[in-house]
Design a protein around this ligand. Sequence first.
Ligand SMILES: Cc1cc2nc3c(=O)[nH]c(=O)nc-3n(C[C@H](O)[C@H](O)[C@H](O)COP(=O)(O)OP(=O)(O)OC[C@H]3O[C@@H](n4cnc5c(N)ncnc54)[C@H](O)[C@@H]3O)c2cc1C
Length: 486
Amino acid sequence: MELAIIGGGAAGCFAAITAADLGVKVSVYEAGNMPGRKILTTGNGRCNYTTLALTPLAYNLGDEMMNAIPALEAFGLHDTLEAWKRLGIYPRLQDVYFYPASGQASSVQMALVRGMEERGVKVHNNSKASSVVKKESGEFEVTLESGYKFTCDAVIMACGGCAAPATGSDGSGIAIAQKMGHDCLKPIPALTYMTTDAEDLAALHGVRVKCNASLLQGDNFMGEQDGEVQFTRDSISGIPTFQMSWIVGRFLENGPMTLRLNLILNDPMGTQKIEEDWNGENLPHILKIQPYADEDAYISDLTERDCQWFFRYAAQNLEHTPGMTLQTLLCGVIPDKLASIVMKRAGLDARMPIGNMKGGFYYKEVRNAAIDAFSSSSQEVRGGGHAGTTSWIVPAEDWEKLFRTLTCFDFNITGTGDFEHAQVTSGGITFNQVSSATLESDLYPGLFFAGEMLDVDGPCGGYNLQWAWSSGTLAARSAAAYLKQS
Ligand SMILES: Cc1cc2nc3c(=O)[nH]c(=O)nc-3n(C[C@H](O)[C@H](O)[C@H](O)COP(=O)(O)OP(=O)(O)OC[C@H]3O[C@@H](n4cnc5c(N)ncnc54)[C@H](O)[C@@H]3O)c2cc1C
């Protein structure tokens, strides 16, 4: 009884090793000239192969997340770390991300190749499959692009999606499965940059800024991420935009989308500092306000809460160093190129001493009991707070203009990077005809799926390779059980 695995990527190689350990005779058919080529490019050449923060909730929403659960439960974080140690990869934990201790993705790729060799798995490189047919005998007939045909008793399709096609995953596996009658959710590029028609983008080329990024479509809040955004001449990149790019790819056709950057939402000193600053009172942990489409409502809530660190910093300078230019004030908080664009968008002169700016700051007193997102009991006064109240600083006139631009630094989003520039594929073969419990096709018993060609994708940070290991393992165990029964 022989199992053929089509696709020698992360999921296919891991499935081959698992199946061989279960006593199955396995052959891998890989389109490229070596197995695991994409692995070499992962994690900036270091391969972030799983994460301490592993949870099915991280995978993209709805059914997709639910369908990922059985595989992640069958083979989770602990299993992954142990299995990789047995293959010769000792983990190094950095923040919540696991990398091989060697710091080299090539260690992971070589461990897979070695692991297959040691278990007698036959690897056929330059063997791209073009069709899979189940014969009346119950055997599968696989045809390669070269015209060569072979039969086998069970098949795992692990051909990847469409992302980074130079590494071999060109969508041909998805096409084969679709031809066999499996439903496919349109594959779109994910974990890639966003594009915009903003005229001032080029001036931001090279800027990196830590901020809060939210994605809005009309009145709908579509997503939010904190992290470092990077600007290039023609795109907005960085982890926050990567994570939300699939939303743009899937829903932009429904209407215009705005990427809203809040450049001052989070105190660079951290939450603890903010809490201490609030009159030294031991305040309850404040819920961060989720950005939303109504700019006035968003700004009014922010004014009261999350951006206090910036107001206190600005108000202090206004009081003690009124001759400081606006440019100097801002350049202490955000990169200078970005500060220039902020001032342009706000219509404020960079060289203006902050003492000449119209308006100033007001104190707004709020009863402690009302520190909740929907407080309406606040009363505006000039001056400090008194017992039983907390004072919030609120900007007026020019300061408000500046504040609006800093918190709603908006870009009209026109699209995302293509598959060449995407790390993963969102969409693919759905679970309409595939059992999430076994990863077996409902249409063809003995045919299994693993990895990115299925409609499961996760954020950056080891989730996608973890899906490859977990789904590869579940598919291999299910295939071994199927072959044992047959
Ligand atoms: C630049 C980059 C960095 C990344 N970094 C990370 C990271 O650090 N952490 C993380 O978790 N994820 C990362 N990913 C994502 C991760 O690499 C993929 O999710 C994972 O490799 C998917 O595994 P797979 O086996 O399903 O598909 P692939 O790894 O794409 O393997 C599919 C294999 O099938 C072969 N194939 C395709 N069609 C056929 C066919 N018709 N016949 C035979 N063979 C075929 C291909 O040649 C390929 O070798 C990154 C991706 C990229 C592009």
